[in-house]
Structure formats: C-alpha cells, structure tokens
Design a protein around this ligand. Structure first.
Ligand SMILES: NC(=O)c1ccc[n+]([C@@H]2O[C@H](COP(=O)([O-])OP(=O)(O)OC[C@H]3O[C@@H](n4cnc5c(N)ncnc54)[C@H](O)[C@@H]3O)[C@@H](O)[C@H]2O)c1
Ligand SMILES: [Zn+2]
Length: 367
C-alpha cells in the first residue's frame, strides 16, 4: 500500500508492533516463553488483566515470569463480559497513562481473553495483547483464533473485532484449580475438534473420562492444532471456519433457553455436547453418517456428560433460539454436520422441523 508520502507502508495488523505474533506455546515451558516474548516486545508499560478467581489461583503462578507491571482484576463470570467492564478496563489504562506501546496480558478463561482482547484491540486504536488462557475451554478454543468481544443487550459476543494476540501461552498447570464442571465444558470442544477433522483423534477419546485425565498437554496441543489450522485457512469465517460451529446450532439453542430458566443453566460445553448428539443424529438422517458412528459419539459424550433434562413441551421454545442464531442468513438455519467421523461439512441448511426432531431424539436417547 502506498502512503501519502509515496512511502510503502503495511496495514496496521502487519506493522512492527504486531510482528511478534507467534504460534501458541503449549506446555510447562509456556510461562518462560511468555517472559521471553515480553523481553523481545519491549513494551513501554506492562498491564495484566485477571478475574477474581484467576487473580487468586493463576496470577501467583505467573508472577515469577512477569517483569514490573500493573494488575487489574474484574469480576468473574459471563455476567461481567460487558461494555461496562470494558469501560472499567479502558479507564484503568487511561488512568495509568498507558500509551500505544503498552502491552496487556490477559490471564483467565474465555471471558477474560475475549474481553481483554477487545479492550486491547480498541484502546488507542489497538495495543498489543497476549493471552494466558487458564480454563480448558479457553486453552483449546477461546484464546485461539483472534475473535474478541463482549455480550450486549442479551446477545452473546455481539460487539467485537477480529484481532490476533501477539502470543498465546498455554500451561496445563492452571487446570489443577479448575472445577470439574469447567474442565468438562472445555472437553466438549476437544471432542468437537476431533469429530470435524480427525477420526483417529476421535477414536482415541473412546473410554476417556474427564476426571481421570492426569495430563491434558497432548490433547490440548492436538486440539489447538486443529483449530489454528482451520482458522488459518479462513480467519474471518466465510468458509471452513464454520466447521467449528459443529454442535453449536442446537447446543447454543439449548444453552440460551436454559439461561432463561433459573437453576437450570448449563455450561457452554455441556450444551455443545448435547448439540453434537443432536447434529450427529441429523447427519444420520441426511445419510451423511452411519448409525454406528452416532453410537460411538453418544458413547464418548455419555462417558463425561450427564444428559441435559428438558420436557417435550419445551422443545418449541428451545428451537426458537436456533431460528435466531446469528450464524443464519435470511431465514435459513445454517448448520455444520458430519460426513463420517472426522469430517465436518458446513453450510448445511436445516429446517425448523428438523431442529424439533433432533431435540425430540435427544430427549428420548439413552446417553
Ligand atoms: N473467542 C472465541 O473464539 C471463543 C470461543 C469459545 C468461547 N468463547 C467465550 O469464552 C467464554 C467462556 O469461557 P470459559 O468457559 O473459560 O469461562 P470463564 O472465563 O467464565 O471461566 C469459567 C470460570 O472459571 C474460573 N477460572 C478460570 N480459570 C481458572 C483456574 N485456572 N482455576 C480456577 N478457576 C478458574 C473463572 O473465574 C470463571 O469463574 C464465553 O464468553 C464464550 O463466548 C470465545
Ligand atoms: Zn463453543
């Protein structure tokens, strides 16, 4: 691109301050690699964002690797993934006189990495950001792929931008303090990555029970590889990135509906696990997937996830959320299905009647 002076300049995302973008570092070496990146990045100032849980459980483990910095702690949980919290973060950076050469390290689950990434991408038109994901879900999914954002007026991730962080540092040690329900939530995305892209990886999950996994490193490495590979082909989700939505059309509908039912809320991954069963069943109905494959999927899901209870009277209300999914175009419900184990197929239009049938199937299935 030619500037007004006739000098050649690169778009901002390719400018010097972003040239440190490196592939995710996964394993116990991650904190040392983070320290090395911070040394090379030479930020004017260093800022760290955490939530109340990760400030207590994770930040102390990272502290020995962090040079002088300021810490800001936000309230934990999806309820705080809002513009109001962003305002808090932007105010903090402003009060600290952070300039454009500052760098923000986000230590937390998907809420902190999504919200922190968005704050960094927008503060003074963008400062550098580094992700240190501390939930399994953020390690295999949220912190990889450059989607940042916050919820708005009841819509999830309604306001946001695509912005790759300067680095992502994934240390499984953080999972030691993660509640089992959160571990399971992340495991659903590991199953999803295997189902859409790698039949052998899926076969290796047969017999796995989340509580019994002693070391997640290999599973994380493999899962991140699949997601990063798909994102690299289609960073802005015009094509193959839609594969990552497998299980999410029905799963998101179940998750959204239960959010309106006090005491019945489920974690994202729990809903995705149910959604994968529904969408695998739809794949069988379309003749894309064999019944034995569906049985294998139900076995892997059933080994780690309890069935989500709802009554048949609720399926219309659940299905209504699928009709309003933001991934739809016009009135078509767009779904990702499976063409055999390990092969997703995106842009599969499904009808409201098929959504209802899938919910009916899940309701009676023995999982
Ligand atoms: N950007 C993306 O591509 C993408 C993909 C998937 C999900 N997401 C987003 O991710 C969010 C969900 O992420 P999440 O499940 O990590 O939720 P989260 O960030 O709310 O974390 C879950 C809970 O675990 C706590 N926690 C985090 N790490 C911990 C640790 N090591 N020990 C103890 N407690 C810990 C948190 O404080 C929180 O209470 C959603 O907002 C979703 O929209 C984004
Ligand atoms: Zn998901």
């Amino acid at each position: 691109m030619l500037g007004a002076s006739g000098r050649l300049f690169a778009p901002r995302s390719l400018s010097a301050s972003y040239s440190l973008t490196i592939p995710p570092v996964i394993g116990p070496e991650a904190p040392a690699a983070l320290a090395e990146l911070l040394r090379r990045a030479v930020p004017s100032r260093l800022f760290v964002l955490a939530d109340t849980n990760t400030a207590h459980d994770c930040y102390p483990l990272l502290l020995p690797q962090l040079p002088a910095h300021e810490l800001h702690v936000i309230e934990a949980g999806e309820d705080y993934k809002t513009l109001a919290t962003c305002t808090q973060v932007w105010s903090w950076l402003t009060a600290q006189q952070a300039d454009r050469h500052a760098l923000l390290v986000c230590v937390g689950g998907g809420v902190v990495t999504d919200l922190g990434g968005f704050c960094a991408a927008t503060y003074k038109r963008g400062i550098r950001c580094v992700g240190v994901p501390t939930t399994l879900l953020a390690q295999v999914d949220a912190a990889v792929g450059g989607k940042t954002g916050v919820d708005f007026e009841g819509f999830k991730n309604h306001i946001g931008v695509f912005q790759e962080p300067a680095g992502v540092f994934i240390d499984p040690v953080f999972l030691q303090t993660l509640p089992p329900r959160e571990l399971r939530s992340g495991y659903a995305e590991i199953i999803k990555h295997a189902l859409i892209a790698d039949a052998d990886a899926f076969a290796a999950l047969r017999g796995l029970v989340v509580e019994n996994v002693a070391d997640w490193s290999a599973l994380i490495r493999h899962s991140v590889g699949i997601k990063a590979g798909i994102v690299a082909q289609d960073p802005l989700e015009n094509g193959p990135r839609k594969l990552l939505n497998f299980g999410h059309t029905l799963g998101h509908a179940i998750e959204s509906y239960l959010l309106t039912q006090p005491g019945r809320e489920v974690r994202h991954g729990e809903a995705v696990a149910a959604g994968m069963v529904c969408e695998s069943w739809l794949s069988v109905q379309r003749g894309l997937l064999g019944p034995a494959a569906l049985a294998a999927i139900e076995q892997v899901v059933g080994a780690s996830f309890a069935k989500i209870p709802y009554v048949l009277l609720e399926i219309e209300a659940i299905a209504a959320y699928a009709a309003h999914d933001k991934k739809n175009r016009a009135d078509v419900i767009n779904c990702t299905l499976l063409r055999g184990l390990g092969q997703g197929v995106y842009d599969q239009p499904i009808t409201p009647a098929e959504v209802l049938a899938a919910l009916r199937y899940y309701h009676q299935a023995e999982i």
